[in-house]
Design a protein around this ligand. Structure first.
Ligand code: NDP
Length: 267
């Protein structure tokens, strides 16, 4: 099975290096050739153009800056009968559109739930959806990179999970930034100790959220919003990151609606 890799940024380079260490020898191409030449010195084959790189490939892996770049790079390639794995972050609709634009190719989409240094380590996960046969045929090299979870034949499903998981992460990070601003503004707090406590607290509350605790009503929680706003004011900390969520809680409380995710769904 010959693998070609297009796009040797931070993520692409980490993936190719992990494969090289595991004994795979992919063909690589990058817009800036120096990155491909560096990997050639470690055992990869550097191709002068993307078209030359994909010629002999069974599997073409793409990991570029964004979806527009993927569309441009793939537009010039003959992908007939090839497996194509797109690891570039995209929307579910964009992932499906690539499959529709290249009907002769067999598309698998991937959502990388890891940073480059995590590739090849136990914490890394890559989510896949799309062509099952492409996933099965290349399961061995894919499992070298990360735990490989196949989510079904809709090419947009891995992107849905990817973006939804990242959305949860960023929402969480907003709360973490606010919490850290509060204790830093106060001063004299051991930030390492506080950080550990914050992680344990969030983990415990995630479990509570899954159990749908009937005693933690939105009405009760919304009644505490002035206390959060007051504490932030006392400390001179902006509540801007929490304001939209407080607004949603107030709306839920006014409507007697505990399902806040339901309130966000339009139409
Ligand atoms: P980088 O910015 O490090 O690399 C971008 C890549 O895209 C480079 O190979 C760059 O080539 C190429 N590129 C940019 N513009 C063009 C263009 N116009 N034509 C051809 N090639 C182009 O990004 P990453 O490697 O970090 O990320 C790649 C993908 O992986 C993204 O979708 C990202 O969301 C995803 N990802 C990244 C993670 C991370 O932590 N880094 C985590 C999870 C997913 P050149 O070298 O010539 O500039």
């Amino acid at each position: 099975m010959s693998i070609t890799f297009l796009g040797l940024g931070n993520m692409g380079t980490a993936i190719v290096r992990t494969w090289l260490k595991a004994g795979y020898a992919p063909t690589v191409w990058n817009r800036t050739p120096a990155k491909a030449e560096a990997l050639a010195a470690e055992g990869a084959t550097a191709a002068p153009t993307a078209a030359a790189a994909v010629e002999a490939a069974d599997l073409v892996v793409v990991c570029l800056l964004d979806d527009a770049t993927v569309t441009r790079v793939l537009a010039d390639l003959d992908l007939a009968s090839k497996g194509v794995l797109n690891l570039t972050t995209s929307t579910p609709g964009q992932a499906r559109a690539h499959a529709e634009r290249h009907p002769g190719a067999r598309f698998l989409d991937g959502g990388v739930m890891a940073t480059p240094p995590m590739i090849g380590t136990p914490g890394a996960v890559i989510l896949y959806s799309g062509d099952r046969d492409v996933f099965d045929r290349h399961a061995d090299p894919l499992r070298v990179l990360a735990a490989a979870d196949y989510l079904g034949d809709d090419p947009g499903h891995a992107s849905l999970y990817d973006i939804a998981l990242l959305s949860g992460m960023y929402g969480m990070f907003a709360g973490v930034a606010h919490a850290l601003a509060m204790v830093r503004a106060q001063g004299g707090v051991d930030l390492d100790e506080f950080g550990g406590r914050l992680v344990r607290w969030i983990t415990a509350m995630t479990a509570v959220a899954r159990n749908d605790d009937p005693a933690a009503t939105i009405e009760m929680q919304a009644a505490n919003i002035p206390t959060f706003e007051g504490a932030s004011r006392e400390l001179g900390v902006s509540s801007e990151l929490l304001a939209p969520y407080f607004e949603l809680m107030r709306r839920g409380a006014a409507q007697g609606q505990d399902d806040l995710a339901g309130l966000l769904i339009r139409g």
